[in-house]
Ligand binder design. Structure first.
Ligand SMILES: NC(=O)c1ccc[n+]([C@@H]2O[C@H](COP(=O)([O-])OP(=O)(O)OC[C@H]3O[C@@H](n4cnc5c(N)ncnc54)[C@H](OP(=O)(O)O)[C@@H]3O)[C@@H](O)[C@H]2O)c1
Length: 255
């Protein structure tokens, strides 16, 4: 797929959670292939440093620590992006996390809050600030990474799935509100992707076999399988698509 390009040269893209996993692959592609200018955030400085040395290209990369569910952090992050690049063409709401919650009915409030804060409130805070910037500059794109867990009650992923379902609804609400400002808002919903996040599942051979039985294409996704749909939704190629969640699931939802 090396030859595919999305016309994003010099575009300014903020990828939340760009220090590893799917986010890092999006950033790698944006910087090295598309020649975009990219800002990333993560909570941990060492993760950002590792990504920075892996990516090189310091001129086109801004890497800042920020917890996306903390309003002050989000403000500082967006201020820094504005200061460094002067605009924001694309926000990719990539951050997501899960803490195993075997039973929703028996979950402590603080655990519920933690999962909702990062997956849902963080996406809201970043989208709100991006919308203000994009309105002022005459357009932009917001893309969220949801999950198939938004529509299937997967074991131990209840609150995560609820948060992702809300992110998909937020995508519709923002798409309608921001359409008059030439801002397109979309999401994509991957099935399992080979990253640290899902390692407990794919690293077990019997579990892996069971998972791929439900995927017509017969394998889990690699991060690059998600990168291309993200870049399509971030590019001019998707200008007439808004409020949509694209399934990136190897056909799982067709079964
Ligand atoms: N992997 C899968 O199977 C899969 C499937 C469907 C959907 N997804 C979704 O895809 C997205 C990326 O997942 P992934 O597998 O690449 O995850 P990952 O490998 O765990 O990476 C998560 C990234 O987000 C950052 N992060 C986590 N919490 C944060 C917070 N509160 N504030 C700022 N940064 C934060 C992490 O850095 P720090 O730890 O330094 O903060 C890291 O850079 C998520 O939205 C996830 O829900 C994943």
């Amino acid at each position: 797929m090396e030859e595919i390009s999305y016309g994003m040269k010099d575009k300014v893209v903020l990828v939340t959670g760009g220090s590893r996993g799917i986010g890092l692959e999006i950033v790698r592609r944006l910087i090295h292939h598309e020649k975009a200018r990219v800002a990333i955030c993560g909570r941990k400085q060492d993760g950002l440093e590792a990504a920075r040395s892996l990516l090189g290209e310091q001129d086109r990369l801004l890497a800042l620590p920020a917890h996306i569910a903390r309003e002050d952090d989000v403000e500082r992050l967006f201020d820094a992006v504005e200061q460094r690049f002067g605009r924001l063409d694309v926000l990719i709401n990539n951050v997501g996390m899960n803490i195993m919650t075997p039973s929703l009915a028996e979950t402590e409030t603080n655990l519920w809050q933690k999962i909702i804060d990062t997956n849902l409130t963080g996406t809201f805070l970043c989208s709100r600030r991006a919308a203000a910037l994009m309105k002022a500059q005459g357009g932009g794109k917001i893309v969220a990474v949801s999950s198939i867990a938004a529509r299937k009650a997967a074991p131990a992923m209840g609150i995560y799935g609820i948060a992702k379902a809300a992110v998909e609804m937020m995508t519709k609400v923002l798409a309608v509100e921001l359409a008059p400002f030439n801002i397109q808002v979309n999401a994509l919903a991957p099935s399992m992707v080979r990253t640290d996040f899902s390692k407990p599942f794919w690293s077990s051979e019997p579990l892996y076999r069971e998972i791929v039985r439900a995927i017509p294409l017969g394998r889990i996704a690699e991060p690059i399988d998600v990168v291309h749909p993200v870049l399509f939704l971030a590019s001019r190629g998707s200008d007439f698509i808004t409020g949509h969640t694209l399934m990136v699931d190897g056909g799982a939802s067709a079964l």
